[in-house]
Design a binder for this molecule. Structure first.
Ligand SMILES: *Cc1c(COP(=O)(O)O)cnc(C)c1O
Length: 369
């Protein structure tokens, strides 16, 4: 979608806040492990290139979800190691891209590695991290023999097994039964390896915050770098972090509506009295989805209800009084005394703060502080 800078619906991203959050995380985990910044999905909506460049000196590398995200970073002169976390089909073209851009791939099975070495392309400078499925059920090997066969095959083919990692399914929950079982399976597998790769890693934000006992060479830091609690409001953070993104729009139309008029598609809202109604240029095509009807925004520091269905490009809010066109409307962030967080939005929608930020579409301009 086309970025629309003339519309004044903008996501303000505070790069210093992201740096501060990484530094606080560093204090929490100590000096031992490298921190790799997870900047997949356009850095959770914050802008992968800008974020990566801003934090490059604080991290050992970056994690992305696919080759194109990695290429974008390389083309913008990000030189730190980049690991593609998701599985990809090992075609010759992908392998050639990975080796020429120095992008590390995740190897999810022996079958995958066998396919890879059969491709008509030189893979002798390729680096891989083996994924271990310790109970997430997404990608990876479950069996130490399979992992060892992968190490052997990689050795024969000149591929460097630089790392091995797993991913936890419940690190953000209070009940740690499943977490412990995953941890035990991963540790057992690591102990059975014929040779320990340079990087053994398992932690996302939540496991690093609330589970300290694992040996880590890399901490894969995602959501907390952007200032959000991975558990939403379930578990308390051991230190304060600052949300880096705020979402702001403006009033483009204000009118007094008589009692008994309906607003928006489906006529789902009816005014109970004479009401000041404002219109804002943001809608579900921006990722501000229809479920937001009934939630609030902030105008002049006061909560204002979203009334009527959110349409594709615009939505209406109930105002306490007339306001001039161009008046700032805060959808995520602080305005005077009050604040709306991505987690508040997520709770309203019955989802997680990650999803709220990732859904913000490219039409919303990112502005950097
Ligand atoms: C997305 C992702 C992370 C980062 O998770 P956060 O909860 O945002 O810290 C880490 N590891 C893997 C494998 C991921 O897919």
């Amino acid at each position: 979608m086309k970025s629309s800078p003339h519309r004044h619906t903008s996501a303000y991203v505070d790069l210093d806040a992201i740096r501060n959050n990484i530094n606080k995380f560093r204090n929490h985990i100590g000096e031992q492990a490298e921190i790799w910044g997870v900047v997949k999905a356009n850095a959770y909506g914050h802008g992968a290139v800008r974020v990566s460049k801003a934090v490059s000196d604080l991290v050992g590398g970056f994690c992305v979800s696919n080759l194109d995200e990695a290429i974008e970073l390389r083309n913008n002169l990000v030189t730190k190691p980049i690991l593609v976390l998701s599985g990809i089909v090992p075609e010759a073209e992908s392998i050639a891209i990975a080796t020429s851009f120095n992008i590390t791939l995740t190897a999810p099975s022996l079958y995958w590695l066998k396919l890879l070495v059969q491709q008509a392309v030189d893979c002798s400078t390729l680096k891989i991290h083996i994924a271990v499925d310790s109970g997430m059920g997404r990608i990876g090997v479950c069996d130490v023999h399979e992992a060892n066969e992968m190490i052997e095959l990689a050795d024969k083919s000149g591929i460097e097994v630089e790392g091995i990692f797993t991913h936890f399914a419940t690190a953000d929950e209070a009940d740690d039964t499943k977490f412990k079982s995953q941890q035990e399976r991963f540790s057992a597998l690591i102990e059975g390896l014929s040779h320990r790769p340079r990087y053994v890693h398992s932690t996302n934000t939540a496991s690093a915050l609330w589970h300290t006992s694992q040996v880590q060479d890399i901490e894969r830091l995602g959501v907390s770098m952007y200032g959000l609690n991975p558990s939403g409001k379930v578990l308390d953070l051991p230190f304060e972090i600052e949300p880096a993104l705020s979402l702001v729009s403006e009033l483009t139309h204000v009118k007094k509506v008589p009692k008994g008029e309906t607003l928006g598609y489906g006529a789902t809202y009816e005014t109970k009295e004479e009401t000041w109604i404002g219109t804002i240029p943001i809608g579900y095509a921006d990722g501000w989805i229809r479920q937001m009807q009934g939630f609030n925004v902030l105008v002049d520091g006061k909560f204002c209800e979203i009334v009527g269905r959110v349409s594709m490009d615009q939505m209406m809010i109930k105002l306490d009084q007339n306001h001039p066109l161009g008046t700032k409307v805060t959808l995520i962030g602080q305005d005077q005394e009050n604040e709306i967080t991505a987690t508040d939005v997520a709770d309203w929608r019955g989802t997680i703060n990650y999803e709220v930020l990732c859904l913000l579409s490219d039409r919303i301009v990112r502005t950097y502080k």
